[in-house]
Design a protein around this ligand. Sequence first.
Ligand SMILES: Nc1ncnc2c1ncn2[C@@H]1O[C@H](COP(=O)(O)OP(=O)(O)OP(=O)(O)O)[C@@H](O)[C@H]1O
Ligand SMILES: O=C(O)c1ccc[n+]([C@@H]2O[C@H](COP(=O)([O-])O)[C@@H](O)[C@H]2O)c1
Length: 190
Amino acid sequence: MGGTFDPIHNGHLVAASEVAQHFLLDEVYFVPTGTPYMKSGVSDAEHRYLMTVIATASNPRFKTSRVDIDRAGPTYTIDTLRDINTLAPNADLFFITGADAVTQILEWKDSSELFRYAHFVAVSRPGHEIDLEGLPPEHVSTLEIPALAISSTDCRARVRKGYQVWYLTPDGVQQYIAKNQLYRQSETNQ
Ligand SMILES: Nc1ncnc2c1ncn2[C@@H]1O[C@H](COP(=O)(O)OP(=O)(O)OP(=O)(O)O)[C@@H](O)[C@H]1O
Ligand SMILES: O=C(O)c1ccc[n+]([C@@H]2O[C@H](COP(=O)([O-])O)[C@@H](O)[C@H]2O)c1
């Protein structure tokens, strides 16, 4: 599952857990973006990576990958999939996205190549219709998951207003945000 994870929250974790159960996945790799070129004002990659490690630590099937963080330049999923394919050439790869992200895949770099490397799973997300128009049906599945109307944008906004984000994100992530004073300022690099 790729994401900016700024911060990772329970919506991401439920999505990954549901897809893993439904598709009988052995492992789910969370892959924080290095430089997400379609987003601005994103927090430092090491903060996002560490929060992802903390959030996934208690689940033996969940892992965090540095492939996108350690690659220079803008983060493209085609590179993510090629790197993971190199690391695990015999694995059947699935790429998990939310309903909002799946509608943008055709705008991603080398989008037609993506399906050579992975089967895509689009999970439901409150406020977003799953629209698979233009995507190859044999390479994309959808999955209805318990609705969690949580977004990283909303988590950041809550912290900026002085609220905490207990129960929207794992406790360790809430504590990491407080300890490192993330999201106190307006949307700029941290
Ligand atoms: N609540 C949720 N339910 C289902 N899928 C989600 C949810 N939140 C995020 N996702 C999916 O997880 C992936 C990574 O999301 P991302 O890290 O951009 O989080 P986000 O909450 O969408 O962030 P932001 O609000 O900053 O845009 C995307 O494919 C996104 O669609
Ligand atoms: O490959 C691309 O061109 C591309 C463009 C935008 C987003 N993505 C990927 O989509 C995933 C979700 O991204 P985001 O920014 O919504 O957190 C993440 O793995 C990104 O690398 C990929």
